[in-house]
Design a protein around this ligand. Structure first.
Ligand SMILES: [Zn+2]
Length: 314
């Protein structure tokens, strides 16, 4: 028992004394990521902002921001999250990470392909018109939401753990990344990719916040109907579409599981369902990832920190 306590104190001392020893950023859980997944980059960071670009043959494909973030109990960690589009071609990439006015690193990344479902959706006249209309308001709504989802607020930390399914008795009717063909009432077609998961449920069913966060949008939009967007972490957002009613206002802080509205079929919807979407660095990612593993792999970060410090000392 005494020996264990000694080892524990020793580890703690090295950890505290040599905190800045993670000199090189590293990827968690590794350098492979699936289409629709996301990269977690950890590093020692003095507190300045960080930027990353995913490059292929020297050409930038994606970018993301990060920084030193306080994660409670006095712990600070350098972290950068980057969403990987479901459409990004599989292959070898380089992640270039830069500290503002400081060092930069190039980390190899391998993007793995995955299979997506093809589906056809027949739209009636009303839904066809909704989707094809050139209305100015629709373009303006799309611009506003697009801009909001790329915003990075370093102070925005409410959730680092697992998310929960936002509906009771979840029944998935459409999956993330489905390759869709819309068939309009005039038989014309258009391709599209499904950016979230659809849960079918009777109108009026309660919808919960998937994690703690701050409401950054609560409004009615042409295509997505009654819409709520919650910010959980810098650059991490969850979206809820087609609600019948909304119970939250912009700026409101929410606990995980708090009711935000009810399921409906407002906007472009062929039946009552919730469209649930997760964005990281502006990119829609597979929401189911977050039900099984925490958003931030803190345990891995701290174990790596301790291990590295031992390597440096022994
Ligand atoms: Zn959907």
């Amino acid at each position: 028992m005494k020996r264990l306590r000694f080892i524990f104190i020793l580890i703690s001392l090295f950890w505290i004394a040599s905190y800045p020893l993670i000199a090189q950023p590293y990827l968690s859980p590794g350098n492979e990521v699936e289409q629709g997944g996301y990269l977690q980059v950890f590093f020692h960071n003095g507190g300045g902002p960080l930027e990353a670009e995913l490059l292929q043959e020297g050409r930038s494909q994606l970018s993301a921001q990060g920084g030193a973030l306080r994660l409670g109990r006095g712990n600070t960690m350098g972290i950068l999250l980057m969403g990987i589009p479901s459409t990004l071609p599989p292959g070898e990439y380089i992640l270039n990470v830069r500290e503002e006015g400081g060092e930069e690193w190039n980390l190899p990344v391998r993007v793995l392909g995955r299979d997506f479902i093809f589906e056809e959706i027949v739209l009636n006249r009303k839904m066809s018109d909704l989707r094809t209309s050139q209305e100015k308001r629709k373009a303006e709504e799309s611009r506003i939401l697009g801009q909001l989802l790329y915003e990075y607020h370093p102070e925005a930390i409410w959730e680092t753990g697992k998310f929960m399914v936002p509906v009771p008795e979840p029944r998935i009717t459409s999956r993330f990344g489905d390759r869709r063909t819309f068939i309009y009432s005039d038989d014309k077609t258009a391709g599209s990719i499904h950016l979230g998961i659809d849960y079918g449920a009777p109108a009026g069913t309660a919808v919960a916040a998937c994690g703690a966060g701050r409401v950054v949008m609560s409004c009615e939009r042409i295509l997505t109907g009654h819409t709520v967007v919650i910010e959980h972490f810098p650059g991490v957002y969850s979206l809820y579409y087609h609600l019948e009613t909304r119970f939250v206002e912009e700026g409101q802080l929410l606990e995980k599981g708090e009711q935000i509205g009810t399921i409906g079929m407002t906007g472009l919807a062929t039946g009552a369902h919730l469209h649930w979407e997760i964005r990281i660095s502006g990119i829609p990612v597979e929401p189911e990832i977050f039900l099984g593993t925490p958003l931030i792999d803190k345990a891995r970060y701290f174990s790596k920190l301790i291990l590295e410090n031992f390597h440096e000392r022994w």
